[in-house]
Design a protein around this ligand. Sequence first.
Ligand SMILES: NC(=O)c1ccc[n+]([C@@H]2O[C@H](COP(=O)([O-])OP(=O)(O)OC[C@H]3O[C@@H](n4cnc5c(N)ncnc54)[C@H](OP(=O)(O)O)[C@@H]3O)[C@@H](O)[C@H]2O)c1
Length: 232
Amino acid sequence: MNILVTGTSRGIGRAIFEALEGHEVAGHSTRGGHSEIAADLSAQGSAQALWAQALERLGGRIDVLVNNAGIFEASPIDLAAGEWAARWERTMRVNLTASAELCRLAVLHFLEREHGGRIVNVSSRAAYRGDSPDHWHYAASKAGMVAMTKSIARAYAGDGILAFAVCPGFTVTGMVDDYIASRGGGAFLADIPLGRPASAQEVAETVRWLAVDAPASATGAVIDVNGASFVR
Ligand SMILES: NC(=O)c1ccc[n+]([C@@H]2O[C@H](COP(=O)([O-])OP(=O)(O)OC[C@H]3O[C@@H](n4cnc5c(N)ncnc54)[C@H](OP(=O)(O)O)[C@@H]3O)[C@@H](O)[C@H]2O)c1
């Protein structure tokens, strides 16, 4: 299958890229390199340019879009109003609007080519649970991704277009011990019944399954990968 995955330079996106070995995958990052397509998704028009380059690289056909690129930047409420709003809008643009623009282009492509297709959006546990006092915008952007995914699933299932979302909890993208220490040590683990954060490979395998193998009837599903730290 021909697959566009955003944000493959590191972390979960890199693990998704590796999990999709055997498929034709166009990777992406802000500045490109390592054969990734460059596109800063905070910039207007960048999603369109990314889609066009990915189409060219993949021979004019894309079967699956994985929206993984995202930012987690603080916006404390005691910032000046303009700065708080600017941070809100930057997070919304990268996490939600750029993802939406890519979903739109994917749906139009799938409809035009009449071959159906799949979309997998990497959301977050924060979509359902909320996030820290400095990250209202992050939680809202991820909740928006879930609502968008469900809307696409309901609108286009009859056209063979399937849409899924994945909601990871804390996910280790580097050294586990360093990660746990950075979150305040063992107390942070007490909130995770599984006793550890998810690995990037676990999230990647969930994305791979949805992108390639999940049955059509599962369209609209949102899968949690959080060690039962938030069960809904
Ligand atoms: N890690 C977690 O605990 C966790 C939990 C729940 C959900 N998630 C979600 O999972 C996804 C991946 O998270 P991660 O932890 O793997 O993140 P990460 O290690 O910070 O990697 C983020 C990826 O997104 C790209 N990106 C960031 N800003 C961008 C921009 N302005 N334009 C284009 N690309 C940009 C980065 O590219 P560059 O290298 O070029 O910056 C990188 O490839 C995100 O959507 C995140 O919200 C993560």
